[in-house]
Design a protein around this ligand. Structure first.
Ligand code: NDP
Ligand SMILES: O=C(O)C1=N[C@H](C(=O)O)C[C@H](O)C1
Length: 279
């Protein structure tokens, strides 16, 4: 519940937030976080037409009535919203973004697995609306990215770099968006191009390791929320920088920080470094 405003001060209007993928893992987490936030209000809930949740109250899974039905109709789902939070699939995010652009609704994009062409389309949409996009909304992961920048600069030669990530059995993209972002940050810090130096799989007689490569390993299993380790393996020592998520709440809280950051902005593409003041 929002605290009552101090006597003589006007209450701030809540941020009106629509959620896409409303019945997904992150959709549920976001609706719960919005309800608990005190400064955000659920203003729309979108899902695919085949979702069994269509027509239900978006907060029914919490045992509450939000008054917002889950809908597949983009017009209805966005009509009351200032910002859409989207954790769905790349093709869904792009369709939602087209509707946001038409209606001048800002967007927070957490979806991962975009192609280069899809990223271009998002950058294009950011000419007309303000967008925060990040493969990981958690504060901890974004601080970890800064640590990796520093470590990679200092360990650019003589250390083999490997990125290991583990996620739940339902995850559909690999490596994770976060692992790829870690790779990009490290490659930039050591003056390499990730497209040239990434190794995504090894099998059979691979030959000795090329020191200029950045390797990726993917684990999928059970209900692992999201673990990422970057290994810098040198001669006589190794450094491991690890982040582990134990709850999706951290991604939802980061998303709401992005919503607040976007308030009053009209255009531009931002990420969590901008939101958290880490740039
Ligand atoms: N940036 C970050 O911090 C984080 C990013 N993610 C990313 O968010 C995305 C969603 O993750 P998660 O919530 O676990 O996934 P879920 O599969 O649990 O939820 C996805 C939701 O989107 C719906 N959906 C699927 N396809 C489409 C489509 N084409 N158009 C519109 N909606 C669609 C699903 O409906 P249905 O189930 O009926 O198919 C479901 O409601 C993933 O890309 C994941 O990597 C996840 C966590 C944190
Ligand atoms: O699908 C997930 O669950 C997650 N996806 C994001 C990613 O691909 O990096 C973020 C987080 O790791 C959870």
């Amino acid at each position: 519940m929002a605290a009552a405003p101090a006597k003589g001060t006007a209450a701030q209007a809540p941020h009106r937030v629509a959620v896409a993928g409303a019945s997904g893992r992150m959709g549920h987490m976001l609706i719960e976080a919005i309800r608990a936030s005190g400064d955000c209000q659920l203003a729309g809930a979108l899902d695919v037409p085949s979702s069994p949740a269509i027509g239900n109250d978006a907060a029914a899974f919490l045992g509450h009535a939000s008054g917002v039905p889950v809908t597949a109709d983009l017009q209805a789902g966005l009509s009351q919203a200032q910002v859409l939070i989207d954790f769905t699939r790349p093709e869904g995010t792009l369709a939602h973004l087209r509707a946001c652009r038409e209606r001048r609704v800002n967007a927070v994009i957490g979806t991962t697995g975009f192609s280069e062409a899809q990223k271009q389309a998002i950058a294009e949409a950011a000419r007309d609306i303000a967008i925060v996009m990040a493969p990981n909304m958690s504060v901890g992961v974004n601080v970890t990215l800064k640590l990796l920048q520093l470590a990679a600069q200092a360990l650019a030669t003589g250390y083999d770099i490997e990125i290991i990530e583990a996620h739940h059995r339902h995850k559909v993209d690999a490596p994770s968006g976060t692992a790829l972002k870690m790779g990009e940050v490290i490659a930039q810090a050591v003056g390499r191009d990730l497209k040239e130096c990434a190794v995504y799989a090894r099998e059979g007689v691979t030959g000795e390791r090329d020191p200029s490569t950045i390797g990726f390993s993917t684990i999928r299993g059970g209900d692992i929320v999201g673990d990422h380790t970057v290994l810098f393996a040198g001669t006589g020592e190794r450094i491991e920088i690890t982040h582990k998520s134990s709850s999706r709440a951290t991604y939802a809280q980061g998303s709401l920080r992005a919503v607040r950051f976007l308030a009053g902005r009209r255009s531009g593409l931002f990420d969590m470094f901008d939101v958290l003041g880490l740039r």
